[in-house]
Design a protein around this ligand. Structure first.
Ligand SMILES: [Zn+2]
Length: 326
């Protein structure tokens, strides 16, 4: 498939070359609409396909909130739903859950002045830290926390071990993450801001992801190229959380990260770069081994569409007939 340009030559993405050959359409078993590669409304893949897409297991749930004006075929949200094991739900704004009921377990990926980065988040820093993290009632102050039995604090759900012998002490790798669900907003920049102000969302801990340049394919007017598509943002969040929680394989760090065109990789602490062949110090669960491409398949369709659109042999007419892209 030399004529197709792979945007991510170094990532662990399954071979999708058979998708280039598809020239017919299928009827979605749920909505009965005619679709080409998958149904982007129902996030369904044709049952008859003899090479179903890969499934990625992710360490938390994802909710995606789409603006009702977003055209389905332009959105990459359905990629995430199809490519994970029932761990992604898509909601059309304003029909969304009231997240205030699960405020301790949910984070919102959004650029706001109060947003924390992922490293701080995993170290236990949340906007509502004093109110919620250590079982303190509303209005109680830091002094109350200090008077509590330190073991009691240490045993809290949040795994970051604090205040032992007066010093912060934490293990290099987390047993479990301090949140259960991550919310992404899939909309234009302007719509995104108005959704953020919804009271069901705006008290959540906001988290920012590192600058990574989009490989483009729906570059928006007047928006810088670090405004990622939803699926790129999800992938970035996944790997960033994974690296901060469980490290990154040295081989992947050295050879694969270049595909993301980061400005720099200073956000990856040196002690999180692990050479597994050398490292026998910690025995770890399969899902918590250093990052080595475990979530890269979430870019399976994105990579395919990118290469398909950018192939020289692909005439514009066909490009327009594929509604999945813009
Ligand atoms: Zn459908």
């Amino acid at each position: 498939m030399g004529k197709f340009k792979n945007p991510y030559p170094n990532l662990n993405i399954d071979d999708y070359s058979h998708l280039y050959e598809i020239d017919s359409r299928f009827k979605c078993s749920k909505c009965e609409r005619s679709r080409k590669f998958f149904c982007y409304t129902c996030s369904k893949f044709p049952d008859t396909d003899n090479k179903p897409p890969p499934k990625v297991k992710i360490p938390f749930e994802i909710n995606i909130i789409k603006h009702k004006q977003e055209v389905d075929g332009k959105s990459t949200s359905s990629h995430a739903k199809i490519l994970t094991e029932d761990q992604v739900e898509i909601f059309i704004y304003p029909n969304i859950p009231d997240y205030r009921k699960e405020i301790d377990d949910v984070v919102l990926i959004f650029v706001s002045p109060h947003a924390v980065d992922i490293k701080s988040l995993l170290e236990g820093q949340k906007k509502f830290k004093l109110k919620n993290n250590y079982g303190l009632a509303r209005g109680e102050l830091m002094g109350t926390l200090l008077m509590k039995d330190l073991n009691e604090i240490k045993d809290e759900e949040n795994d970051v071990k604090m205040l032992e012998n007066g010093h912060e002490k934490k293990s290099l790798f987390l047993d479990k993450l301090p949140f259960k669900k991550a919310i992404f907003i899939d909309s234009t920049w302007k719509q995104c801001r108005s959704i953020f102000h919804d009271e069901r969302l705006n008290s959540l801990t906001a988290v920012i992801i590192q600058h990574r340049k989009t490989i483009f394919w729906r570059k928006q007017k007047d928006v810088p190229d670090w405004f990622l598509s939803t699926i790129e943002a999800i992938h970035q969040f996944l790997i960033e959380v994974h690296i901060q929680a469980w490290g990154i394989e040295k081989h992947y760090f050295d050879n694969c990260l270049q595909d993301f065109r980061y400005h720099n990789t200073d956000w990856i602490p040196k002690e999180k770069i692990i050479d597994s062949e050398m490292d026998i110090s910690e025995k770890r669960d399969k899902e918590k081994v250093p990052y080595n491409g475990q979530y890269d398949n979430i870019l399976y369709f994105y990579s395919f569409f990118y290469s398909f659109i950018h192939s020289l042999d692909n005439p514009n007419a066909e490009f327009k007939s594929i509604k999945l892209v813009d």
